[in-house]
Design a protein around this ligand. Structure first.
Ligand SMILES: Nc1ncnc2c1ncn2[C@@H]1O[C@H](COP(=O)(O)OP(=O)(O)O)[C@@H](O)[C@H]1O
Ligand SMILES: [Mg+2]
Length: 166
């Protein structure tokens, strides 16, 4: 199933992130792709926040390759594969040891090593439009159908909160 969503600004991307987060179950993996500044970290941030991660600790994993946060779904592993190029490099950082049925995995630049993405991941590619416009294309299997149905009807997931506006 494929779903295309438009975001006119960071608040809409935040709402999409919240809506996705509210439907996640432990074990979920989200594979993000899109160029620099597309909004992969911004969307990850919204998801982490909605899952109750301590946001004072949140930072882009660009330099650390992976950051971990506690959340209400267990440990969030937020990775950035920009500088990785092989399965061997992933093994070196212990990616293969991550229990697939625990916590939540968010991977930026997931398309760097496509063969390593779990088959049941939700793929989100973000295209940078003019100014603040972004086009998000979500692609996932049967387990993501309910999430995409909900987003299709109401991208904000019905949980817009003005306190999240930035
Ligand atoms: N509609 C939008 N969705 C996401 N980010 C947006 C949007 N409009 C503007 N931005 C800005 O674009 C930047 C995206 O940066 P970032 O999330 O770090 O990108 P990436 O991780 O893909 O390189 C942020 O500064 C964010 O505030
Ligand atoms: Mg990033």
């Amino acid at each position: 199933m494929i779903l295309r969503l438009e975001s006119a600004g960071i608040q809409q991307t935040n709402a999409i992130g919240r809506a996705i987060a509210n439907k996640l179950a432990p074990g979920a993996c989200i594979a993000l792709s899109g160029g620099l500044g597309a909004g992969k970290t911004a969307l990850s941030r919204a998801i982490c926040k909605a899952l109750g991660a301590p946001m004072d600790l949140f930072q882009s994993p660009t330099f650390t390759i992976v950051n971990e946060y506690p959340s209400r779904l267990g440990t969030i592993r937020h990775a950035d594969w920009y500088r990785l190029h092989s399965r061997e490099e992933l093994d070196a950082i212990g990616f293969g040891d991550w229990a697939p049925n625990q916590g939540v995995t968010l991977i930026e630049w997931a398309d760097r090593i496509p063969g390593a993405i779990p088959g049941d991941a939700l793929h989100i590619s973000i295209l940078h439009g003019e100014g603040k416009r972004r086009i998000l294309t979500l692609e996932g299997g049967e387990s993501w159908a309910a999430v995409m149905d909900m987003l299709k009807k109401r991208p904000g997931g019905g949980s817009r909160r003005s306190s999240d506006a930035r």
